[in-house]
Design a protein around this ligand. Structure first.
Ligand code: HEM
Length: 246
């Protein structure tokens, strides 16, 4: 931790959109994880069929919040403020190489390296997290259709498995009424790679979240720029000009 008695200057880094995205993302993911764990263990927990449908339906409601929030963040990376943009998020470009060199040299000499945006290691983590979250969003939206016939693909899935296509809207989760057995099997085979990806990415994401939190704590102890409070206030503090500031 930087314990020197130096004067600190405050710089604005995260705009309001980034901060709102971050906390909506945290809360929606915690809810998705909690309900996801219950879905995974439904049998062991003795959850009834109606209970499973309810769990999946609520998982999908939180999923919609998560997807809309994520989609907005991906757009904001094109139009948002300086440090919300791709060029300051992705681990790419000549600036990035320079910053990584500076960062590694500082770590080697056990001195702090000051960055207003993400440090070079955090940028790799952010890219990894966005990839995992986007995969969960896409696979989740498909599963919302195949499992509980909810939008955006629920109607198409119901039509696929229905015996009488004109009554596809009567198809209910876990019910065999108006369901063609062969088409249902086809649909479940189509669903397989989506559910296995959704489940695998869930475990990888748990690990990535733990690494992300440990990284934040480590950076805060090493540099002491107030990076946790910065996700509330948008501001970090520095004893000298951060190297990624023009
Ligand atoms: C970070 C985001 C997410 C996490 C951590 C997560 C986690 C999980 C977990 C652990 C399961 C149980 C898997 C299994 O039963 O094998 C699950 C199932 C499911 N998820 Fe997600 N999920 C996320 C996002 C979404 C989204 C965005 C949607 C849709 C809008 C969604 C829709 C579903 C559905 C429909 C199921 C039930 C599949 C089934 O087991 O039959 N998920 N999710």
């Amino acid at each position: 931790m930087n314990t020197q008695n130096t004067s600190l200057t405050e710089y604005t880094v995260w705009d309001r959109s980034v901060r709102i995205f971050h906390w909506v993302n945290v809360v929606s993911i915690l809810c998705l994880i909690a309900i996801g764990v219950a879905i995974l263990n439904a049998k062991a927990l003795g959850v009834s069929t109606d209970g499973k449908v309810l769990l999946k339906t609520w998982h999908v409601y939180f999923g919609y919040i998560f997807v809309i929030n994520l989609a907005w963040r991906l757009v904001w990376a094109f139009i948002g403020s300086e440090f919300a943009r791709w060029k300051n998020i992705l681990p790419l470009g000549s600036d990035y190489k320079k910053q990584m060199g500076h960062f590694l040299a500082a770590r080697k000499e056990n001195r702090p390296a000051y960055f207003l945006g993400h440090n070079p290691l955090a940028r790799i983590m952010v890219l990894f997290l966005f990839l995992l979250l986007t995969t969960q969003a896409v696979t989740g939206l498909v599963l919302a259709g195949t499992d509980v016939y909810m939008p955006p693909f629920g109607s198409a899935m119901a039509e696929w498995v229905s015996e009488d296509k004109t009554r596809a809207d009567e198809i209910k989760p876990y019910s065999k009424v108006n369901v063609n057995e062969a088409s249902y099997k086809e649909m479940r085979a189509f669903r397989k790679p989506f559910i296995s990806t959704h489940e695998t990415v869930f475990y990888v994401l748990l690990l990535a979240i733990i690494l992300h939190v440990l990284g934040v704590v480590y950076a805060e102890l090493k540099e002491g720029n107030g990076i946790v409070s910065a996700m509330f206030t948008g501001k970090k503090v520095f004893p000298e000009k951060p190297m990624d500031l023009d």
